[in-house]
Structure formats: structure tokens, C-alpha cells
Ligand binder design. Structure first.
Ligand code: MEV
Length: 308
């Protein structure tokens, strides 16, 4: 017996961190990077293999607790035995801890594969519950934007606790994604922003400003105003810097993108490592930016057309 579950990575265009405080965010599934979980009835006990671990689920190191939880919680919701003799194989091209939603995506793929293996329907609510509870372990206080985007096929305008609004992108522009090569620290960044938010009125204003910029970005996306969209991305990066979630390498790569004529550039995701994005007016410019980013230390780049 064999069953497969899939999920894609995600890119947050606008609104990371502010999303945790009920401000809107805009994110897109990023199908250039994907994850697949395959469940088989091979093996003597519940086991898992992926790039970083190969062994029994109950012996997984603590740092992979969120994955372990996604497996165990899915089995519980399915009503399956808690330690069945099955094997979960995970194949991923989503770089781990780079702000591309790898922790949510792995939970989505695992839940889908396990429900398919036991021939149980997986409702959206059930998937949401499993991914969010696993994300609480990975991120501390997840807004749900990663769960919403990695499980879906469409860009979304997202406000925590509210209906998720699908967006149709018809923007004649390109998004360049640059991986700084440094592991991000989302859990730590989310928790440090929470401390700032509690202690400093300025931080609360920055979060609100980020929300306002995201609302503007939504308008610019709808009306095809690429220049204006680039500007709000730039402003968002400055606010994320103030919140302390950027780092030297991300700032450097953002500068490199500007020198190559990017219309806007910012970090994406949890920050403190991970990825940045740049908006390019056309494919030629996107390629120039991607090349310059790689020359300047980005370990990988991707280009995504925003027109469909
Ligand atoms: C992480 O991809 C996005 C954050 O805004 C956290 C969250 O919204 O759950 C940093």
C-alpha cells in the first residue's frame, strides 16, 4: 500500500510579522519549490526518512518536534493506531528554515499522505487544525498565513481569524526570490517582535504601518501599478529592519537588487536569515537581478511571473 501527499512552498509578498497581530498579509504558493510525503506499509514500526533524519518517529530529535507532531496528530485524527508499522518518506526541494514555509508545507504533505493512506477524507478544517498545531511548535504564535498558502493553489489576502480571500494576480512583472543561504530563525524573530510589541509603542505603530502598506499593495496589485507596489515593498523592508528581523546579508542582497534596478525589494518570511524578494519590470531585468544576487552570495534564486 502506498499514498502520496503534496504541498508547495510559499512567498510572503507583504505583511510578515504584522500578520501575527491581525494585520493583513499577501502571500503566494510558490510551486518552484515543493514537498512530497509518501506513506507505505513497509517497516516494523512508525518511521520517517527525509534529508535530515532517517529512523523511528519516537526517537526523532527535539528540533523536529513539529514534524513528529504532524504525523502523530494526523494519526490521532484519522483514528489509526498511534504507532502503526508504516513508513513516511519526505522528499523536498523547499529549503528548510528560509521563510518559504517548509514547516507548514511538510505538515500539509504529511497530513494529506496519511489521510490518503487510511482512505479518510481530509476536510480543509481538519488540515488547518493539524498544520496550525504543528506550526505552534515550529513558530510559537503562527498567524496561519503559511498554513493557508502552502495548502492552497492561489495567492491570498490573509487576515488572521478571518476569511481567506483568494487573489487573482494579473501583474505584468516578475518576482525574483533570493536565498541568502542562512537558516532563518522564525521562532526567535516572532518572539522578539512580541517583546518589542509589548514594550514599545513605536513597534505597535510599525506593525500598523506594515498593515497599511499591505492594504495599499492589494490595491496596486489589482490595478497593475507595479512601480507603486515596488515602493510599498521598499517601505515594508525598512519597517521590518526597525523591528529587528532583517540581517546584514538580507540587507545587502536587497541593496544589490536595487542597484540592478529592482522596482522594490524586501525580506520575505520570518527573516533573520532566509530569503529576500525583488520586483522586476520585465524578464530581462529579473534575470539581471537574479545573476547579481547569485554573484553577491545568494545560494539560489528563482524567478516567478506574477501575471497568472
Ligand atoms: C512566517 O512565514 C510569517 C510570520 O509572519 C509568522 C506568521 O505569520 O505566522 C513571521
Amino acid at each position: 500500500m502506498k499514498a502520496v501527499g503534496k504541498a508547495s512552498g510559499k512567498i510572503i509578498l507583504m505583511g510578515e510579522h504584522a500578520a501575527v497581530y491581525g494585520q493583513p498579509a499577501i502571500a503566494l504558493p510558490f510551486s518552484a519549490v515543493q514537498i512530497q510525503a509518501t506513506v507505505t506499509d513497509q517497516g516494523q514500526a512508525l518511521s520517517v526518512s527525509c534529508d535530515f533524519y532517517d529512523g523511528l518517529v519516537h526517537q526523532m530529535p527535539k528540533i523536529w518536534e513539529s514534524l513528529k507532531h504532524a504525523i502523530r496528530f494526523s494519526l490521532y485524527r484519522i483514528g489509526a493506531p498511534s504507532d502503526p508499522a508504516i513508513h513516511v518518506q519526505i522528499d523536498s526541494t523547499i529549503p528548510a528554515e528560509r521563510g518559504m514555509g517548509s514547516s507548514a508545507a511538510v505538515a500539509v504533505a504529511v497530513a494529506r499522505a496519511l489521510f490518503a493512506f487510511y482512505q479518510k477524507d481530509l476536510s480543509n478544517q481538519e488540515l488547518w487544525d493539524i498544520v496550525q498545531s504543528s506550526e505552534k511548535i515550529a513558530h510559537g504564535n503562527p498567524s496561519g498565513i503559511d498554513a493557508a498558502t502552502t495548502s492552497g493553489k492561489q495567492p491570498v489576502f490573509f487576515i488572521k481569524g478571518q476569511v481567506i480571500e483568494p487573489l487573482n494576480l494579473h501583474l505584468d512583472a516578475y518576482l525574483v526570490v533570493g536565498d541568502s543561504g542562512k537558516m532563518g530563525h522564525t521562532l526567535e524573530a516572532v518572539s522578539d517582535v512580541a517583546t518589542l510589541y509589548q514594550d514599545q509603542q513605536d513597534a505597535r505603530l510599525w506593525i500598523k504601518e506594515l498593515g497599511d502598506l499591505t492594504r495599499q499593495a492589494k490595491k496596486y496589485l489589482a490595478s497593475g501599478q507595479v512601480q507603486a507596489l515596488g515602493q510599498v515593498m521598499n517601505q515594508a523592508h525598512l519597517l521590518l529592519q526597525k523591528l529587528g528581523v532583517s540581517d546584514e546579508k538580507l540587507d545587502y542582497l536587497v541593496d544589490v537588487a536595487h542597484v540592478q534596478g529592482a522596482l522594490g525589494a524586501k525580506l520575505t518570511g520570518g527573516g533573520r536569515g532566509g530569503c529576500m524578494i525583488a520586483l522586476a519590470a520585465n524578464q530581462h531585468q529579473a534575470e539581471k537581478i537574479a545573476q547579481a544576487l547569485e554573484k553577491s552570495g545568494a545560494c539560489q534564486t528563482w524567478i516567478q511571473y506574477l501575471g497568472e
